[in-house]
Design a protein. Structure first.
Length: 323
């Protein structure tokens, strides 16, 4: 599962809900400009843009789930089971990249979506696990900057890059379905409901919010896509409230523990929600256990270093006492 979106208020924001039934050792990792990325099939990238994001780490390599670079380009990988299909063979005329390498491959080299799209067209995503214990995740990717938003999907029919005019993404099925599915909800409005059914009977709306009657409230990918798109497109906030507004929109798509029971039988929830201020290199996030928003600023670190910068999550949720 998972939901991602873009929002422009005082700054450009990008982020996501991480819906999952386990923790993957995630914490904020800042990759400075001179950290050497060693790609399995496409050489090394020893000098690149600095990156901040939520990541785990294996053998010294950051396995980003989402992130932003110092130029304001952002990416999130979302679950795409049953549809994701990577190449079984290397492409001799392209750069062959494993799924776990894709986020640093793009963020390290591209300043905006235009450059990312061009690099993707010369890349081939190969079906390669990190190691025997870390298989290749079945993902598709939301890529955005302040001007454009696209979705990258690799399926049985190959690589597809979709324009994303609403700046929202969820999970299955393929992205073109979600855009088409919005056509079923053209009646939704934030305005008061008008009586078009029984005018002579004097029937009147009995409460606020009836203009959005029919807005889906379940946790399926299609419903989360519609609900998040509606809330984002009609979002209003003061410029200084952009981060708070972003989290309010994500909260409407968050998964409450116990509301979905996966086949594993494990607890399934929105383990963290993230909002990246792409203009200022700040990564905001909160966890399921607490409502406090934490912030990490990439520019508070030495971005010319060659060593990964790790910012661990707080061990316990923090609550501010008032008395």
């Amino acid at each position: 599962m998972c939901t991602s979106l873009t929002l422009t208020a005082d700054n450009f924001y990008f982020g996501r809900n991480m819906d999952i039934d386990y923790n993957f050792g995630e914490h904020i990792i800042i990759t400075p400009r001179n950290f050497p990325f060693k790609f399995r099939k496409s050489g090394e990238l020893n000098s690149h843009y600095a990156i901040i994001g939520m990541s785990s780490e294996a053998d010294g390599f950051p396995l980003y789930a989402d992130g932003a670079n110092e130029k304001g380009l952002c990416i999130a990988g979302l679950n795409f089971p049953g549809y994701a299909k990577y190449s079984d063979t290397d492409a001799p005329d392209k750069k062959n990249i494993a799924p776990f390498e894709l986020i640093p491959w793009i963020l390290g080299q591209c300043a905006d979506v235009d450059e990312a799209e061009k690099l993707l067209l010369s890349s081939n995503i190969v079906d390669m696990p990190f190691n025997d214990k870390i298989p290749a995740a079945t993902l598709h990717w939301h890529i955005a900057d302040k001007n454009r938003s696209i979705v990258l999907e690799n399926t049985e029919s190959g690589m597809h890059i979709y324009k994303n005019p609403v700046g929202v993404m969820t999970n299955n099925p393929t992205f073109d379905f979600h855009l088409t599915n919005l056509g079923q909800y053209l009646n939704l409005t934030p305005d008061d409901k008008q009586n078009r059914f029984a005018e002579d009977a004097g029937v009147k709306p009995f409460g606020k919010g009836l203009g959005s009657y029919g807005l889906p409230g379940d946790s399926s990918p299609a419903s989360r896509f519609v609900r998040t798109s509606f809330l984002k497109l009609y979002s209003k906030c003061r410029p200084e409230d952009g981060v708070a507004q972003f989290f309010h929109i994500l909260d409407a798509a968050a998964v409450v523990n116990g509301s979905i029971v996966p086949e594993s039988g494990k607890d399934y929830m929105t383990t963290y929600a993230a909002c990246m201020d792409a203009d200022n290199g700040i990564y905001y996030y909160k966890t399921y256990a607490g409502c406090r928003i934490y912030a990490a600023n990439m520019y508070h670190e030495n971005l010319d270093s060659s060593e990964l910068i790790r910012i661990p999550q707080p061990e316990k949720p923090v609550f501010d006492p008032l008395n």
